[in-house]
Every structure is written in C-alpha cells, then in structure tokens.
Design a protein around this ligand. Structure first.
Ligand code: SF4
Ligand code: SF4
Length: 434
C-alpha cells in the first residue's frame, strides 16, 4: 500500500514534538513508553509515510492501544488533529494482514452488521439478560479470562419494558417554547433506556416538543474510531437524511439534542467526515451546526425555564455528588461548565474528582476489545473517586456510565452512577409531586 494512503502526512507535520501532551495521555502514563504516547504514535505514522518504518503487528497494536480520548488534543499548543490522523491511519490499515483473519472479520461484522441493526442489538440484549438472570453469565465469566472478569461485573441488562423504543413525538409540558429532535442511539435503548426517557421528560418540562426521528441505530462514532470510515460515512448520511426536514414553527431547523457525548461529538464533525463528498458536504455542515449536547443545550437555551424548578427541588441522592467529564464532551466539544451549571441549580453538595478530564477506559468498544487495558486505565480513576468521597457519580455518556458502573461494582464502592438527565429528571419529578 502506498504510504501516502496510510498517513495524512500534512496533518502529521503539525506536531512539533514538544511533548506537552505526554502528561495527559493515559496510555503513556500507564506504560511509560514513548511509542504509546501521542507524540510517539504520530512519529510512527510519520515514519511510515516517509518510508522509514513498515507496518507490523506492533504498530497496529500501538494504534489500537490508543483510547481516542483526545486529551492530547486539549493539551496540544500546535492544534494537532490527532484523532483525525489516527482515524485515517486505522481506516487505511483495517484490513492489514498482520491481524488475524478472525479478528478482522469479527470486528467488521460487529461494526457493519450488528451495531447498525436494531434487531440484532435487541436480540443480543435479550440473550445477555437471559444469561445474566440464569447465572450462566457469571459461570462463563469464571472461565473466560479477562473478558470473563468484565462479564461478571457488567451491569444488568434491563427488562424488556425499559428497552422499548421511544415514540416518534412527545409534546411539551406546560407552555410550549420550541421543538427539538433527539437521537435514540445504539447502546442507549438496549442498556440505558431509562436515560432516554429521562432525557425526553426533562426536555418536555423545559417546554419542548421532542421528536424522535427514525434514524439509523448508530451515529457512526464507533465505526470511525475503529477503522471503518466508509460505514461511518454511510451512517452519517442516513442520520442527516432522517433529521433534515424537521423544522420548528418559525421554519427554522430544530436543534438536535444528543444525550451521549460520544455521539454528539461525532455528529458535530459530520461536516468534516463528508468534506470530500460534494453531494453531502453542505448538508452535513448544516446538520452539524444544529447538534447540541444535552447539557450544552439545556444550560444555554433552557436554563431560565428549568432553573426555578431545579432550585426548589429536594434531591434524594447520596451526597456529595460529582460530575466526571466524558472525554468526548470536554476534549471533543469543549463542553465543561454547562453540566456543572445545571447541577449547581440543585440544592446539592458537589465535589470535584481529581483528573476528571482523564479517560475512564471505556472509550466506545475499547473496554470490550481490550478489557485488561481498560481496567488498568480505570484503576487510578476509581482511586480518585474514592478519595473525593463522592457518593453519586454523574456522567453524560453511555460508555462511561457502564464503565463506571462496572468499576464501582467490582471495587464494591457505595457510589450511585447516574446520567445527568436522570439527576435532573428526578429533581423535576420531585417538584412536580410537591
Ligand atoms: S487520544 Fe488519549 S490515549 Fe490516544 S494518544 Fe491522545 S491522550 Fe493518549
Ligand atoms: S503537544 Fe502537540 S505538538 Fe507537542 S508533541 Fe504533543 S501532539 Fe506534538
């Protein structure tokens, strides 16, 4: 393969090797290896483009070891677009023969066929629940090494009632103040359907009609991060088409409010993903400009409506509470203050957790594909959580939610893990009852 096809060489030249990103990189902190740092990986990619290195299993492993957490991008003074560099190279090398046929086929099937099918996700969730409820899961967990250890502490798949799909439309409660669309997502309905319902209720309380367009199951983030940009582009086109016609009464296009930070980050970058597609470039840019993360939208567009109710709420949660920043919210979108502004409307004690912008090790499919590395990354984060004394951990991303829940279960910490939509929803329900 031509080195020019493997590496986005022009982007790699932005790195000036200053090393300011090293301290922020979880895989460098754990391994201590330069090759497992952002600077090291960029150096490896550049060496391939310059013909000084060849692609082998060690290089592929270093690329896969990266969490794509983008912490290095926040630290980089030169504006290196590390995640785009990595996505380009992983895509170009996804079929490389250094990986086993089984590995390549299983990943491709998962990315192209399982994660894009509502039916297969739902069947898998049902099967997982049966295995969990009958104890088979726990039994298998004892015999499957690292994967098994994760299986044993994986949060319980909810009952079918919680996994039911959302309706196409939910009307605003009280005075109607606007229209939004939301994304149902792939993992969220199957494992955290209650978060989607809480999201809808909070938006209704803020006076929004909530539309749930029938978009594809996945926004394409998992595919883009795991070396399948073609499928990511297909899913982006389908998602854009599903949301494109939804207008508010003033004939303006409705905002698209997304409760999964990984998805909102990806959807805000559709313009870049489809930049080389003349038919879709402008449509993608217009779509991306409408995407808002859930916390971002509420704090910036609906605080006045929600604030009186949130201020008056008596929140029944173990205290203190902390917000842990999902990587794709803080590093991917620069959204940091908005969730804290929302939580501070409540009458609660909030503490900060050390290194809250450092990755928890979930990283999309990473925790499933590299369970041992994922657990090692989570270790210091669990220690920081314990040190903070927080009894409720609030997050804004399904992967982080499940990772923290698994970690808290394993470490037997008395900490409740909730999505920010659930916290706000509980508070609003309390004030409604009052
Ligand atoms: S994305 Fe995260 S894990 Fe990957 S190099 Fe950057 S800081 Fe390290
Ligand atoms: S901070 Fe940026 S420029 Fe400096 S080594 Fe890291 S990626 Fe390169």
């Amino acid at each position: 393969m031509n080195p020019a096809d493997i590496v986005d060489y022009a982007k790699s030249l932005d790195c000036v090797h200053c090393g300011l990103c090293l301290r922020t990189c979880p895989t460098y902190q754990v391994s201590g290896r330069e090759s497992s740092s952002p600077r090291g990986r960029i150096h490896l990619m550049r060496a391939i483009a310059e013909g000084d290195a060849s692609v082998d299993i060690h290089l592929l492993d270093e690329l896969d070891y990266c969490l794509v957490c983008r912490n290095c991008e926040s630290a980089c003074p030169s504006g290196v677009e590390y995640s785009h560099l990595l996505a380009h190279t992983k895509d170009a090398l996804s079929d490389h023969g250094a990986r086993s046929w089984f590995q390549r086929t299983a990943l491709r099937l998962g990315l192209r066929h399982v994660l894009t099918s509502r039916l297969l996700i739902s069947l898998n969730a049902s099967l997982l629940r049966i295995l969990q409820r009958t104890g088979v899961f726990r039994l298998l967990g004892r015999h499957l090494g690292p994967v098994g250890r994760s299986m044993k502490t994986f949060p319980e798949v909810p009952a079918a009632e919680e996994r039911r799909e959302l309706q196409p439309l939910y009307k605003a409660r009280g005075k109607r103040r606007g229209t939004v669309a939301i994304l149902e997502g792939c993992v969220m309905p199957a494992l955290l359907g209650r978060v989607n319902r809480a999201t809808v209720r909070v938006l209704q309380e803020a006076g929004r009609d909530v539309h749930v367009p029938r978009s594809p199951t996945c926004c394409g983030a998992l595919q883009a991060h795991n070396g399948d940009l073609d499928t990511a582009r297909d899913l982006a086109r389908q998602t854009i088409a599903a949301h494109e016609s939804l207008q508010d009464e003033g004939r303006t296009l409705a905002p698209i409010v997304v409760n999964s930070a990984g998805c909102s980050a990806q959807m805000k970058e559709y313009g870049q993903l489809l930049a080389d597609d003349p038919e879709w470039k402008q449509r993608a840019e217009a779509f991306s400009s409408r995407v808002r993360d859930f916390s971002e939208y509420l704090a910036e567009e609906a605080l006045a409506e929600l604030s009186p109710q949130l201020n008056a709420a008596e929140v029944d949660l173990p205290m203190p509470l902390t917000f842990d920043d999902p990587c794709h919210l803080c590093h991917g979108q620069g959204v940091r203050t908005q969730p804290r502004i929302l939580l501070d409307q409540l009458n609660v004690e909030r503490v900060e957790i050390d290194e809250s912008e450092s990755c928890c090790g979930s990283a999309g499919l990473y925790s499933a594909l590299r369970p041992d590395d994922s657990r090692e990354i989570l270790g210091p984060r669990l220690a920081a959580l314990e040190k903070s004394g927080a009894r409720t951990l609030v997050t804004a991303n399904p992967g982080c939610h499940l990772q923290w829940q698994t970690g808290v279960n394993t470490a037997e910490l008395e900490v409740q893990v909730l999505h920010i939509a659930e916290v706000l929803d509980r508070a609003l329900q309390k004030t409604d009852e009052a």
